[in-house]
Structure formats: structure tokens, C-alpha cells
Design a protein around this ligand. Structure first.
Ligand code: MF3
Ligand code: CO
Length: 259
């Protein structure tokens, strides 16, 4: 395993890649409404990314055919945008996006409500997001990687949710996926020691029901086996000497009193 430590100049580029991706997500969030197709979301995302002079890093990655992964309801991640898939009131939709800025990658995901959603769905979204913040309490130099994993998993499981085990977060830098892998549940070993300059894409994927997932025949879309709702929340995070710097989130965020 080789984990890259970014130099000051690389961190500057990673930061800009992250800040631009936050803008992409903000614009996509504003576009979510009943009646929009998942294709339109992808198209809008690609146009925004290119308007920044950046490249969508998901497009053609291992043959993935779009720039934004759009996953609805029981779809966990890697949903393929389609003109035929129209969002409707009450759906939840996970948007996973990434871009390359001057050779450096950023990666972030959000799950949104489409119009009014059930209380159960709202809680799933909020807890999934909060599980990320529980995890990054340990994203500090001197802590170990799997402290993040354990904190995410323990928090989500305390609500009775299923933590997806078949997909993990990852290091990120000049490639979308670098070492290390970052599971979202407790591990036997404590994992590597965190060092300033590491950049990590931390991404809990949480199901209302069981943790088990399967793949659709398109070979991309990951769905929950029990067809329960699933949410996803991801940011690209920089390990520093002090608090972690969330490169894809600069706005203040609230925690809904869930902490
Ligand atoms: N954000 C996802 C990840 O971290 C999406 C990449 S899969 C792709 O792995 F094929 F769509 F690019
Ligand atoms: Co990722």
C-alpha cells in the first residue's frame, strides 16, 4: 500500500478542486425537483464542471457512461442517469460527483429529498450525513484510519441502519482512487496512522434496512438487497496538524441536533 502525502502546492490544487466541486453540488441541489430526469441532472453537472475548465473524472472511468452518479431510493451508488428516470415527490436521490482540476481530483456525494419526503427517509439522510461528521472527529494526525471507520459505523448502527460493507471510501489525489481503502465500519486492525497531507474521500453509504447490496444487470447500479432506502454522503478531506479540512465543504453546516 502506498499512501501519497501531498506537498503544499498539491494541497493548494486539491483545495481548489474541492471548492469547485462544492459549487457543482450547490447548483445541482438547487435543480432537484419532481419532474427532472436523472439525465438532466447529469447533463447539468457536466456542463457546470466543464464551465470551470475542469474534467468530470467519473465519465468513462472503467466504462462508466456519465459524469454524475444519480441513485434513487433503494439505489445505493453508481446509478446511471437516464432520460426515462423522472424524479417524483417523495423520492430521495443521491448525487455523487467528481472533477479534475489541473490534474487533481475531488469527489463528493450528497443525498437530497425530492419535494416532501417521509420522516423515515429524512432521518436516514440526516444520520448518514452525521455519520461522516462522527467519523472525521478522528481524521487527525496521530489517530488511526479505522477509528474513522468505527465511528461512522457505530453511529449509523445505533439507529438500526445497515452500513454497506461491499463499498468503501478511498485516498484521492492525482488519481480518483488511491490507497488507503476506508471502510465505514469497525475493523480488526487499527489501520494506518494518519499524517498531515493525506487526502481522503470518506463516504458512508447507509441503508434503512440490511447492509447487503447487489448489482443490477447494467453492471453499475448498486441496490439494497432488501429494497430499503439508501443514502450516501461524501467529502474529500485533508489531514492537517489540527482539525481536518473538508475540501468539498466550506459553508457552515448544521447537525440537526443529532450529535
Ligand atoms: N465517488 C465514487 C467513488 O468514490 C464514484 C466513482 S465510480 C464511477 O468511487 F465510475 F462512477 F466513476
Ligand atoms: Co468516492
Amino acid at each position: 500500500m502506498s499512501v501519497s502525502i501531498k506537498t503544499a502546492r498539491e494541497i493548494e490544487l486539491m483545495r481548489e478542486a474541492g471548492h469547485l466541486l462544492e459549487k457543482v453540488h450547490d447548483e445541482l441541489a438547487a435543480a432537484i425537483r419532481p419532474g427532472i430526469s436523472t439525465w438532466e441532472i447529469d447533463h447539468l453537472g457536466e456542463v457546470i464542471i466543464r464551465s470551470f475548465g475542469c474534467t468530470p473524472n467519473f465519465l468513462h472511468y472503467n466504462g462508466y457512461p456519465a459524469s454524475i452518479c444519480v441513485s434513487v431510493n433503494d439505489e445505493v451508488v453508481h446509478g446511471i442517469p437516464s432520460k426515462k428516470r423522472i424524479l417524483k415527490e417523495g423520492d430521495i436521490v443521491s448525487l455523487d460527483a467528481g472533477l479534475i482540476y489541473k490534474g487533481y481530483h475531488s469527489d463528493a456525494a450528497r443525498t437530497h429529498a425530492v419535494g416532501e419526503i417521509s420522516r423515515e427517509a429524512k432521518q436516514l439522510i440526516d444520520v448518514t450525513r452525521q455519520s461522516f461528521f462522527e467519523g472525521i472527529k478522528y481524521a487527525k494526525a496521530g489517530h488511526h484510519l479505522h477509528e474513522i471507520s468505527a465511528a461512522i459505523g457505530a453511529y449509523a448502527e445505533s439507529f438500526g441502519y445497515g452500513v454497506v460493507r461491499d463499498l468503501v471510501g478511498h485516498g484521492i489525489g492525482t488519481s480518483l482512487h488511491e490507497d488507503p481503502q476506508i471502510p465505514n465500519f469497525a475493523q480488526r486492525r487499527r489501520g494506518l496512522r494518519l499524517v498531515p497531507g493525506m487526502t481522503l474521500a470518506i463516504e458512508p453509504m447507509i441503508n434503512i434496512g440490511r447492509p447487503d447490496v447487489c448489482w443490477l444487470d447494467d453492471d453499475w447500479t448498486v441496490v439494497t438487497e432488501d429494497e430499503s432506502l439508501s443514502a450516501h454522503y461524501e467529502n474529500t478531506v485533508l489531514i492537517t496538524d489540527g482539525e481536518p479540512e473538508i475540501l468539498t465543504l466550506t459553508k457552515p453546516y448544521d447537525t440537526f441536533g443529532l450529535v
